[in-house]
Design a protein around this ligand. Structure first.
Ligand code: ARG
Length: 458
């Protein structure tokens, strides 16, 4: 590719380090798509005659067919996917192939291929996210009359609907999907036609080129265009945050599957056994859902660290951009369907959840009860606290504490105080938008269902 200036071949150790084919070979289709559009632009710019453009296009189409049939053979001398495609084009079209690279550099070429690859891959990721969102909706729909203990600090806090809990893990994924659609807008900016860094002297219509490749617009600055990897960093951030969401959900499920909780049971198809302990049923899928979060985060940090010290335009460091992006995309596409299947087949044990709710979890309701009796809110928290303390001292539940004790704490307590300890009543009272009352959850569920009707990627 650059023989003229050199008298020696690249040293094998340098070659081995320099080559990126093992990573970027998956962009073969995108490389050909970019080249087809570029050949058409060269024809319009008067660089290629009609006949030459047609010959190059048919050569590129033959390469495309080889990629589709997986019959494209790489040569040991191919440095990266761009040089591999060009080498093959020479084999198919002879010296004419040498005209394709007019006015183009691998710098604008690689950035174009990478963005194209991303734009073509994001819909698969959105679909996988949607699939998982749908299973959460499915579980939420099944559990509208199941109550469970809600936790803060992993301490029993207030009763909630299981349906509400499932949906709490739905909305983070909806935000992830929104982020995906937003970063796609910024990925759809075309670098092609920017040359190595300074632009191309050929009269190419870059906006037409952008349209031809299904980009939204052409990059406005050639120097920025060949160095901008924001879309890759944004994708890695999206994956890292999505990974955190999946990890939090997974951790909760692992916990709820333990005998200590016993809230959930996994289907056999999504659990694993132990090679030593015959009784074990392990939640490996969710442990992986938790464990993958580390690498997702690491890949974001790795790219940001690569980018931070770069002078503008293209530096070879940028070749390090694809590996983390491909790895995070592959991991998401493996993880999301497995989690979706595992969640879809979870069996909940409502009786276990109910038995984990004690009257102490209605202490807030006790304070609210006094508010309804006209006691100022500032006092009611302390009064309910006194009742909790008295019950604890006497080894009783709040629901077992005699009325006389309640009345000694505050005369506003009456016989009806014991109704407060009905967990269902507690749940039903939280009717405001976003609350856990069945009526509010129904509204939320409808909203969630509407959200999954709409794909957000353009
Ligand atoms: N394989 C290279 C990469 O992925 C392609 C661009 C090479 N450009 C260059 N000026 N050496 O970044």
């Amino acid at each position: 590719m650059w023989g003229g200036r050199f008298t020696q071949k690249l040293d094998p150790a340098a070659w081995a380090l320099n080559t990126s084919l093992a990573v970027d070979r998956r962009m073969g289709m995108q490389d050909v798509q970019g080249s087809l559009a570029w050949a058409a632009a060269l024809h319009q710019a008067g660089v290629l005659s009609e006949d030459e453009a047609a010959q190059i296009a048919s050569g590129l189409q033959a390469i495309q067919a080889e990629f589709t049939a997986q019959s494209f053979t790489f040569s040991p001398d191919d440095e990266d996917i761009h040089s591999a495609v060009e080498r093959r084009l020479f084999e198919l079209c002879g010296q004419l192939a040498g005209k394709l690279h007019t006015g183009r550099s691998r710098n604008d070429q690689v950035a174009t291929d990478f963005r194209l690859w991303m734009l073509q891959t994001l819909p698969d990721i959105e679909n996988a996210l949607l699939q998982l969102q749908n299973t959460l909706v499915f579980q939420a729909e099944q559990s509208q009359v199941t109550i469970m203990p809600g936790y803060t600090h992993l301490q029993r806090a207030q009763p909630i609907l299981l349906s509400h809990w499932w949906l709490a893990h739905f909305w983070p994924l909806q935000r992830d999907r929104e982020r995906l659609a937003q970063l796609a807008q910024r990925a759809a900016v075309l670098p092609l036609g920017c040359g190595a860094l300074a632009g191309t002297p050929l009269p190419v219509d870059r906006q037409a080129l952008a349209k031809a490749l299904a980009f939204q617009t052409a990059a406005p600055n050639s120097i920025d265009a060949v160095s901008d990897r924001d879309f890759a960093a944004e994708f890695l951030f999206f994956a890292a945050l999505c990974g955190v969401h999946l990890s939090k959900l997974s951790e909760a499920i692992v916990l709820f599957c333990s005998a200590e909780f016993g809230f959930f049971e996994l289907s056999d198809a999504f659990s694993t056994g132990s090679s030593l302990m015959p009784q074990k049923k392990n939640p490996d899928i969710f442990e992986l859902g938790r464990g993958k979060a580390g690498a997702f985060t690491g890949r974001l940090v790795s790219l940001l660290t690569t980018l931070k010290g770069l002078p503008s335009t293209y530096d070879k460091d940028l070749q390090e951009d694809k590996e983390p992006v491909f790895a995070s995309a592959d991991t998401l596409l493996a993880l999301l369907p497995a989690l979706a299947g595992a969640i879809q087949t979870i069996t909940a044990h409502p009786e276990r959840m109910l038995s984990a709710i004690d009257a102490g979890m209605m202490a807030t309701d006790l304070a609210d009860y006094l508010v309804r009796k006209g006691v100022p809110f500032r006092e009611t928290h302390a009064l309910a606290g006194k009742a909790v303390h008295a019950a604890y001292e006497q080894g009783l539940g709040l629901d077992g504490l005699p009325l006389a004790v309640y009345r000694s704490i505050h005369p506003a307590f009456e016989e009806d105080v014991y109704q407060v300890f009905d967990a269902w009543e507690s749940v039903k009272r939280r009717t405001a938008l976003g609350g856990t009352a069945p009526a509010a959850v129904q509204v939320q569920l409808a909203q969630a269902k509407e959200s999954v009707q709409r794909k957000l990627l353009f």
